[in-house]
Design a binder for this molecule. Structure first.
Ligand code: 26Q
Length: 794
């Protein structure tokens, strides 16, 4: 391998500025500096990347492929700098040119190629796979527009297109030589044993590669994203006839396939383009995987021993039938054997049990777009029924294709994302399949990468930890438990408290500058940041806030604990109830923040355009983490882990990974409230449960009443009757039934926060005991229990 010597970062920046971007330091704009620094860092990542690739080939190691419709990677420059331990060098190199490190980092657009938790998990997994040194590729779609930008007009969410590629992007390598034709529609022919699909329409998938570097640059894997292009990009005949629009039409049409990320984080039933995107990703990824396998190993019967393909939810579930189609139709392997090879290669992660979020497609649409695949699915279903005569539920009932059941049957392992969620999978949606295949469902509780979610985003806390126990924690997060003895040292605990306080000052200053919102950093920073959903119950939070406001007004001179309620999150554009909740929070904020009687004790802010970068600002400065979903509904949560790690105790229900967080940090360091998943199911059966809860709690009744009367929408008093009517009626997510206990927990928070030392202890125990929630631990679990894959660094 060619060896080049590594120039200093300073020299490398200057070289790139000059020769890659054609600027001298006098004329360079901020974006030029950002690009030059990115290329200087990227050069070093590429060195690690080549080394890893060669080692993988040479050892013939098994490879992991993570197929996901979403990779919510955020900014990459700081990630690279931190993992290569170049922070100080980068700062001083830029300072030499009178450039501020943070300004340069802030110039990078946030790549929002995902909706929320599922996409961010995929991004954390890629980083952990590289840190661990497990040979892996992520496969996704190179959306031209990621998740929409959110702003508020009159308190209402307005969506604007996001254009992450509008500025120069430093991290991808276009691979024009890596292209596959992906077909749609058409018909199927049978010649004796040979079945062939003849698509009516084809687009080309072109690869773009982004290297993902792990801790200390020991390893780098690839994120390969597919972009749609036309096979015959330009219709010259049409052009020559003077029809210029028609001439460009094939290209425009082909590109729509990778144009935009679907902004709904629960299944939006039946959109043709979405199904096309799913097959586009999966078809291209499988061809690429098989080409690589074929070059290196050849014998397809050995596929499961050299390839593990993980399906991130059912979105790439077409991988099962597609792999069978290739093995059987194209390579002539018998159907049942093809099915076994495919199953032994594939595994599936479930991220939700919400019935409305379980993906299913109408057979008419599905059969029109993928006529051969629907035949194969029927054959899979028959084969599965024959092998399991007691089976009653088909994946092909009600003229639908049920992607969850298809994924289950075509996977050798199916995993949930927290202990509770995995148990619920066994007793609800997958009960029958679990009884037929009792060894298939396994748990892999989610995790987050400590490089981004502690070392990079919270340098003050990371510094204190490293000074105390050394830097071992960065890739062995459970070492954080070595902090426990320090917690008993009053001097150390003071420093821990000061880190949080400094982070809060920094956030306050930023909110003042960026949003003209001024807050006292000594308030409790109480934070709920996540997608808007009824099951996540942002409306429970605002109801409690309103009730608290009314109580302060009744007695404004009492010894209230000052609190800032911070919200951020996007609502799916078509989810009108969620959008109403946003508007209610903004309307309530306007009234309550302007109340001179209460505003030294209570303030509300809803920060617009929540994204990874905003999370990186908020998490280090939070005092309290709101994880208040209806028990049984949040599969895991991962924000909950980021907050605990950064020293924000949780106020939360026994839902998802909250259960395990509480087990780890200790019940005394967690503010528990609400019904359990079992109690939730029972309570739903109780007639008028909401009315009963309202009658029993005058605070709740009064909060609902002021909303209903239009206190926050005087120009339009009925504005929130949809919300109040829902809560006073069916209240499916049991906001009313959990209100009183939530109130109680919040008052315990108030009391606990008054004892600043006691609070710091609680926060520090959260940090010291959150090491288990590293995505490194999660990935090692997948490698051992699901993929049978090995690290090449151990
Ligand atoms: C499907 C079909 C069509 C259009 C959109 C979708 C779609 C897109 C995104 C469906 C679901 C999602 C995202 C789901 C998600 O983010 N789930 C979250 O996954 C996290 C990681 O496991 C968990 O921590 C969260 O609890 C879970 O809600």
């Amino acid at each position: 391998m060619l060896q080049l010597s590594t120039p200093s970062l300073r020299d490398s920046i200057l070289r790139h500025l000059t020769y890659s971007f054609g600027k001298d330091p006098e004329h360079a704009i901020l974006e030029d500096w950002r690009m030059a620094l990115s290329y200087a860092v990227r050069d070093r990542i590429v060195d690690a990347w080549f080394k890893a690739t060669h080692q993988t080939y040479e050892t013939g190691a098994k490879r992991v492929y993570y197929l996901s419709m979403e990779f919510l990677i955020g900014r990459l420059l700081e990630d690279g700098i931190v993992n290569l331990e170049l922070v100080e060098e980068a700062k001083s190199a830029l300072a030499e040119f009178s450039k501020d490190y943070n300004d340069v980092l802030a110039d990078e657009p946030d790549a929002a190629l995902g909706n929320g938790g599922l996409g961010r998990l995929a991004a954390c997994f890629l980083e952990s796979l590289s840190t661990i040194g497990c040979p892996a590729h992520g496969y996704g779609i190179r959306y031209e527009h990621g998740l929409f930008r959110q702003s508020f007009v009159g308190g209402r969410q307005v969506e604007q297109p996001e254009l992450w590629l509008g500025q120069r992007h430093a991290w991808e390598f276009e691979r024009p030589e890596v292209r596959y034709r992906i077909g749609f529609g058409g018909h199927v022919t049978n010649h004796g044993e040979t079945v062939r699909w003849h698509p009516a329409e084809e687009v080309e998938a072109e690869a773009f590669d982004t290297p993902v570097v792990g801790w200390k640059g020991r390893w780098a894997n690839t994120l390969r994203l597919w972009s749609g292009r036309a096979i015959h990009p330009f219709d010259l005949a049409a052009f020559n006839h003077g029809d210029y629009a028609a001439a460009a039409a094939p290209e425009a049409l082909a590109r729509t396939i990778s144009r935009v990320l679907y902004p709904d984080d629960t299944t939006e039933q039946g959109k043709e383009l979405r199904l096309k995107q799913e097959y586009f990703l999966t078809g291209a990824a499988l061809r690429d995987i098989l080409r690589r396998f074929n070059n290196q190993f050849g014998d397809l019967r050995k596929l499961p021993s050299k390839v593990a393909i993980q399906l991130n939810d059912t979105h790439p579930a077409i991988a099962g039938p597609e792999l069978i189609r290739i093995l059987h139709d194209e390579r002539g392997i018998p159907f049942d054997e093809s099915m076994d090879i495919a199953r032994n290669t594939l595994s599936y992660t479930n991220h939700t049990l919400l019935p409305e979020a379980l993906e299913s497609w109408g057979e008419a649409l599905f059969g029109r777009l993928l006529p051969r695949h629907i035949q194969i699915i029927d054959q899979i279903d028959n084969e599965h029924a024959n092998r399991n005569p007691s089976r009653t539920q088909s994946m092909r009932a009600d003229h639908q294709v049920k992607m969850g059941q298809l994924s289950f049957v075509m996977a050798h392992k199916v995993n949930g994302v927290s202990a509770l969620h995995t148990e619920l999978m066994k007793t609800t949606v997958f009960e029958e399949l679990h009884n037929l295949h009792p060894d298939r469902i396994v748990n892999q509780t989610n995790g987050v990468t400590p490089r981004r979610w502690l070392l990079a985003c919270n340098p003050r806390l990371a510094g204190l930890i490293t000074e105390s126990i050394g830097e071992v924690w960065v890739d062995d997060l459970e070492q954080l438990e070595k902090l426990e003895p320090y917690i008993e040292d009053a001097g150390w605990l003071d420093r821990y408290g000061k880190v949080k306080r400094d982070n809060k000052v920094e956030l306050s200053n930023w909110m003042g500058q960026a949003h003209g919102f001024h807050v006292d950093p000594d308030m409790i920073f109480d934070v709920q940041i996540k997608r808007l959903h009824e099951y996540k119950r942002q409306h429970l939070n605002i109801l409690e806030t309103i009730a608290h406001w009314l109580e302060i007004r009744d007695n404004p001179d009492a010894d209230w604990t000052p609190r800032l309620k911070l919200f951020a999150g996007k609502a799916a554009p078509g989810y009108f109830f969620a959008k109403d909740i946003i508007r209610l929070i903004n309307d309530a904020a306007a009234v309550i923040n302007a109340d001179p009687l209460t505003n030294k004790y209570l303030k509300i802010a809803f920060l617009p355009n929540y994204n990874v970068t905003l999370a990186e600002r908020l998490v280090p400065a939070a005092d309290l983490s709101e994880q208040i979903s209806t028990a049984g509904k949040e599969a895991s949560g991962t924000g909950n882990m980021k907050f605990a790690l950064n020293g924000a105790p949780t106020v939360g229900t026994l839902d998802g990974a909250n259960v395990e967080i509480r087990d780890h940090v200790g019940a005394e360091n967690f503010f528990l409230f609400g019904m359990t998943a079992e109690e939730v199911m029972e309570r739903r059966m109780v007639e008028s449960h909401a009315q009963k809860a309202i009658a029993a709690d005058p605070r709740l009744a009064r909060a609902l009443e002021v909303i209903r009367e239009g206190r926050f929408s005087p120009a339009e008093p009925e504005r929130y009757h949809n919300i109040t009517g829902n809560l006073e009626g069916a209240d499916y997510f049991l906001v009313c039934s959990d209100f009183s206990d939530y109130w109680r927990a919040q008052r315990e928070v108030d009391a606990a926060f008054k004892d600043q030392q006691g609070w710091a202890r609680m926060a520090a125990f959260n940090t010291a005991r959150s090491g288990w929630f590293s995505s490194d631990r999660t990935i090692r679990g997948y490698m051992k229990d699901i993929w049978d894959a090995k690290s090449l660094l151990d």
